[in-house]
Every structure is written in C-alpha cells, then in structure tokens.
Design a protein around this ligand. Structure first.
Ligand code: SAM
Length: 285
C-alpha cells in the first residue's frame, strides 16, 4: 500500500483517499510480513524510529507520547480507583509504560493478536517496550474480539490501542466487540478506544459514538494532537458505567506530572471540548 520514493515514505491508505503524509527515511531497520500484517520499522530523518503496520504509521518516537499518555491517563484518571486494567492491542508497549505510573493498579492483562509487533518493539523501541517489564502485566497473545468474550465483570478500565479498521483490527470497531467490552467491565468501569480522526474518518467516528451511546449510560469523545497521524490529531471514544469522563477523579502527583509531556488535568478536561461541527454531528445521532 505504501511506497518509498526518493527516500520518502508516503502513507497511502484507502481510509483517507487523495492525501498522504510523507516522512523522509534514513534507513529501513526491519521489514517482514507476520502471520497477520506487514511490519516495517524505519529510522526517519526528523521523527526518530517509526513503526508502520500494513503501510499505516502507528507511531514515531518523536510524538508517540501524546497518544500514549492521553489514551491511558484520560480513562485512568477518570476512574476513582482502577485496580484491574485490560489493554487490547498496543503491541509497542507504550500504553503499558504509561499504566506503569499508576500505583493503584494491581494487575494488567495485555492482549495483542501479533507477537511479532511486541518482538520488534523489544528489539527496536525500548523506550516503549519497557512497559512489558512491569511485573503486574500478563501477556496474552489472542484476537481481542475473542479474548473479551471470555472475561466478564473483570476490569475497572479497558484501553483499546488498536490499529485501523482494515486488517486484523477490523473486528475491534464493531458493535459485538463493544458489547464484549461492556460485559468485561466491572460496575463503574470505563472503556477508552482508539477513536480515529474526526476530520478524516467522519463515518467511522459517527459509528463509534453511536455504538458507545447505545451501550453506556455515559459516553464522550476526546482527542489529542499528534502530527504523524492523518489530520494531525486522533480521537478517543469513551464509555463509562458510572464515573464522569471529562473531569479527573484523582489528583496527579507532582512527581508523575513532571514525568509527563502532554497530559495535565487541564488538558484532560479540554480534550472533550470539540469543534462545533462535531457537536452538530453528535446531536444528529
Ligand atoms: N496507535 C496506533 C495507531 O496508529 O492506530 C496503534 C498502535 S498499536 C501498534 C496497534 C496494535 O493493535 C498492533 O500491535 C496490532 O497487532 C494490534 N491489533 C490489531 N488487531 C488486533 C486484534 N484483533 N486483537 C488484538 N490486537 C490487535
């Protein structure tokens, strides 16, 4: 799907036709097809290492913190006492790294379909794969849409750090998966899923909001800025069985705040304030 021309990688994807983000490449560090997807890891000129799955940029070392911090800390701080957490996807380990900052967690189940993504991260992306070193983490290699059906009433917070709805991630954008997420959450639980881009994937975002509204008493959509994602931003679709989502329920310590680059309690609240076209769109649903 993607091509490298004159040293530039261009992200050409049917999900965002007619546009492409290009990144200058210095070296290809890894390129192989796993059982589930094409995995490429490049050293870029300006963004450090860049992980690409099936031609789609998953992260760059330069701006991954924005996505990992927001996808993790928004649902985690919205919950008053998250002790059991599930991560679906996120084979790079970045969300696990962020979860590691929360002492209240007792255990973390991790479920990714493709062990090769983890292996590549452990070899090339140690600043994210360090998340796997947390002794509270149990690694499960499984399809998240199947794993979820086997766990009922188990988790306080579930984070779905999936790739896009083409390839192995497709089932993670469908209603039966969200029904499974709801059933796997304890009373008062919160789910946060990779919510795509409201400029570029309008239909997909509408669908995710509709599904979560139908299933959860409280639903909200948040977003963060990430230059290497299409449109320069990415959404988080959230559903809650109890806690309000846009206000942190716990206070962040000074030590943790100083260790972060993007998340603050103010950004938490602000990330739920959407452009007017989104307000109109969600009103129509
Ligand atoms: N934030 C990233 C992005 O750009 O969308 C996602 C990063 S993370 C690397 C995506 C992970 O989802 C990959 O490790 C991939 O193997 C995993 N994944 C895809 N489909 C899955 C499924 N059905 N069950 C569990 N994990 C899945």
């Amino acid at each position: 799907m993607n091509e490298i021309m004159n040293g530039w990688f261009s992200e050409i994807c049917p999900m965002w036709p007619g546009m492409a983000l290009s990144v200058e490449i210095v070296e290809t560090l890894y390129s192989k097809r796993s059982e589930f997807q094409q995995i490429d890891l490049y050293m870029t000129k300006s963004h450090g290492k860049m992980l690409v799955l099936d031609g789609i940029i998953q992260l760059t070392e330069r701006d991954e913190f924005a996505y990992q911090e927001m996808l993790t800390h928004v649902p985690m701080f919205a919950h008053p006492n998250p002790e059991r957490v599930l991560v679906i996807g996120g084979g790079d380990g970045g969300v696990l790294r962020e979860l590691g900052r929360h002492d209240c967690i007792k255990n973390i189940d991790f479920c990714d379909i493709d062990p090769e993504v983890m292996n590549v991260a452990k070899q090339f992306l140690p600043s994210m794969a360090c998340g796997f070193d947390d002794p509270r983490v149990t690694v499960n290699i499984a399809d998240g849409s199947k794993f979820i059906k086997e766990h009922k009433n188990t988790y306080d917070v579930i984070i779905v750090d999936s790739s896009d709805p083409i390839g192995p991630g497709e089932a993670l954008f469908e209603k039966p998966f969200y029904e499974g997420l709801k059933a796997a959450l304890k009373k008062g639980g919160i789910v946060a899923t990779q919510g795509e881009s409201f400029f570029i994937h309008r239909e997909c975002v509408k669908n995710l909001i509709t599904i979560t509204r139908e299933l959860f008493p409280i639903q909200a959509y948040s977003y963060m800025l990430v230059p290497s994602y299409p449109g320069g931003h990415l959404g988080i679709c959230l559903g809650s069985k109890g806690p309000e989502l846009s206000t942190p329920a716990r206070i962040i310590t000074n030590e943790m705040q100083e260790a972060l680059e993007y998340y603050t309690p103010e950004i938490h609240a602000a990330s739920f304030v959407l452009p007017h076209f989104m307000t109109k769109l969600t009103r129509e649903l």
